[in-house]
Write a protein that binds this ligand. Structure first.
Ligand code: SAM
Length: 238
C-alpha cells in the first residue's frame, strides 16, 4: 500500500512513518510513502500556496494552481489509479469500517488543508473523497492525514504480526474493547479479575464478551442492537 501525501509541512507528516507499527510496515515493504511539498509545485517567486478569499473575510484560502499541478504530476508518475482524499471537518466521518475498506487499496493521495481550507473548485473537480476525523477544527490537515495513515496501515495484511489483535479491537466487532490487565496480579490492593488468572479459555472468552457489551452499553449505547441492549441490561440486572 502506498500513501502519497501533499502538504506544506512535509517533514511533520513524515514522522508518522518513523514509529511503531507503521514503521514496521515500512521496514517490511508493506507500506510505502512519498510526502510531497506543495511549494515545489508553485510558479511564483514567493512560492505561495494561498491567497485572500474572494468576497472578503478573515483567513487565507489554498490556491487551485499548485494543487492541480501537484496532483497531475504525482498521478502521471504513479502506475495505478490514485484517488485523492481531502481531510476536512465537512467530510464523511472517519470510521474503523472505512479504514478497513481503504486498507484493501488502491494506493492513496492525501491532501492536507491549511488556513480556511482549499478553493472549492479543487474539492468539486479533483477530490474523490472528503473525510472528517471528528467534530472539531484543527489548524491543518496533517494530523488528520497522519491518523488516517496510522489507522489504515495497521489493517494492511501482515503489518500487525498477530492479525487477531487488530480484528478483536474496538468497533471491528461493533463493540468497544474489553478491559486489559497485565502483571502484577495485585497492585496497591487492586486485583486482576479472578477469571483472567483461571486459565479457563472458554470462561475468559465469555467474560471478555460480556465486558465488551457492558463497556459499550455504558459509553456508546447507540452502537448496540435492541437484542444487545436487552442482554446488557440483563447482565447488569437493570
Ligand atoms: N474553515 C474550515 C472549517 O470551518 O471547516 C476549517 C479549516 S482548518 C483551520 C484547516 C484544515 O485543517 C482544513 O482545511 C482541513 O484540511 C484540516 N482539518 C481541520 N479539522 C479537521 C477535521 N476535524 N477533520 C479533518 N480535517 C480537518
Amino acid at each position: 500500500m502506498k500513501f502519497h501525501v501533499l502538504s506544506i509541512f512535509p517533514d511533520f507528516v513524515l514522522d508518522v512513518f518513523n514509529y511503531g507499527v507503521v514503521r514496521r510496515g515500512v521496514e517490511a515493504g508493506l507500506i510505502e510513502h512519498a510526502v510531497h511539498d506543495l511549494r515545489e509545485y508553485t510558479t511564483d517567486r514567493h512560492r505561495s500556496t494561498d491567497d485572500m478569499p474572494f468576497g472578503g473575510g478573515p483567513g487565507m484560502v489554498m490556491r487551485c494552481e499548485p494543487i492541480y499541478a501537484a496532483v497531475e504530476a504525482i498521478r502521471a508518475d504513479h502506475p495505478s489509479p490514485l484517488p485523492l482524499i481531502y481531510t476536512s471537518p465537512a467530510g464523511e466521518p472517519f470510521t474503523q469500517q472505512m479504514a478497513e475498506e481503504l486498507a484493501v487499496g488502491p494506493d492513496l493521495l492525501l491532501l492536507c488543508g491549511r488556513y480556511e481550507g482549499v478553493d472549492q473548485r479543487v474539492l468539486d473537480n479533483l477530490v474523490d473523497r472528503e473525510i472528517s476525523l471528528g467534530d472539531y477544527v484543527l489548524s491543518g490537515g496533517e494530523l488528520p492525514v497522519m491518523s488516517l495513515i496510522d489507522a489504515v496501515s495497521r489493517l494492511v495484511p501482515g503489518v500487525v504480526g498477530d492479525s487477531q489483535s487488530v480484528h478483536q479491537e474496538s468497533f471491528t466487532s461493533g463493540l468497544l474493547d474489553w478491559p486489559h490487565y497485565t502483571r502484577p496480579e495485585n497492585f496497591r490492593d487492586l486485583d486482576v479479575p479472578e477469571v483472567l488468572l483461571s486459565g479457563h479459555h472458554a470462561n475468559i472468552d465469555s467474560w471478555r464478551a460480556e465486558q465488551a457489551l457492558i463497556m459499550t452499553f455504558r459509553r456508546r449505547p447507540e452502537l448496540l442492537s435492541p437484542e444487545q441492549l436487552l442482554r446488557a441490561k440483563q447482565i447488569l440486572g437493570l
